[in-house]
Design a protein around this ligand. Sequence first.
Ligand SMILES: C[S@@+](CC[C@H](N)C(=O)[O-])C[C@H]1O[C@@H](n2cnc3c(N)ncnc32)[C@H](O)[C@@H]1O
Ligand code: SF4
Length: 285
Amino acid sequence: MATSCEKMKKIQGHPCFGGNHHKNGRMHLAVAPKCNIKCGYCTRRHDCANESRPGVTSRLLSPEEAIVRVREVMASPVTGPIIKVIGIAGPGDPLFNEETFETFRLVDREFPDLIKCMSTNGLLLPDKMPVLKALGLHSLTVTLNTLDPEIGGRIYSYVHYHGTTYSGKEAGEILVRNQLEGIRQAAELGMTIKINTVLIPGVNDGQIPLISQKVKELGAFVMNIMPLIPQADFAHIQPPSAERLDELRRDNEKTIGQFKHCKQCRADAVGLIGENLQLAVTTAG
Ligand SMILES: C[S@@+](CC[C@H](N)C(=O)[O-])C[C@H]1O[C@@H](n2cnc3c(N)ncnc32)[C@H](O)[C@@H]1O
Ligand code: SF4
């Protein structure tokens, strides 16, 4: 694992962890289609070129196609100089797709200086931690929406784990236990951890201070409270106002640093945060 000096240098290059987001960009590779849980707010769709939100991608890539895209992007005078991070964030859950690990291996072989980053629901973190360690994963984002298994049962309609499908409180218990254990292990290995918490008004508001306290204790680096985009089972829920989001971020800043530049990117975003150059790259390729 990296020394603390190397680690700091890498954080400074990572736009989604508070690094210079006006200068440093990231490339998301949409190689992970399957998911092992169902969040009430999630809709995953393809071929939505003009839609920018998590879970959306124009086209799934195989690991071999992904490395070709990385070569193109790194060779381009527009994107090459700014891309510092290769992220895998879906459109499903990266840890539930072997293609994720194969893609990181291919990237590491040709571009060892690019920061490897992944976003996960955390269910398989304890199982996959040895693989992540061997890959030299630097940055890990875990979506943690509650510490309370009962509330988990309302947010997740099911959790599929080791061949069995769970629902209700039992699903919440397995997921929360693995998320917390995974975060603890990742921090012990020196990974830089961001916690995504989707603020679902009326469902998990009261959990936010408990989550920020717990993840700080476990060694997370920064928290990203994200507003609910109302869709799927949660289409009827009113999203939080910008004022409410600011207020929560301000309150929890005292406990753990808050990331405020998140633009809730697509699973295939390329470029600076808030910008998506993926169409230009696709057409050029
Ligand atoms: C598509 S996920 C990919 C990684 C992984 N499957 C996960 O859920 O952490 C990226 C992030 O977007 C969030 N997200 C997905 N749908 C959302 C929605 N409707 N509103 C707000 N955040 C959402 C997820 O909770 C997660 O933090
Ligand atoms: S874990 Fe991620 S991909 Fe899976 S259902 Fe939840 S938001 Fe969607």
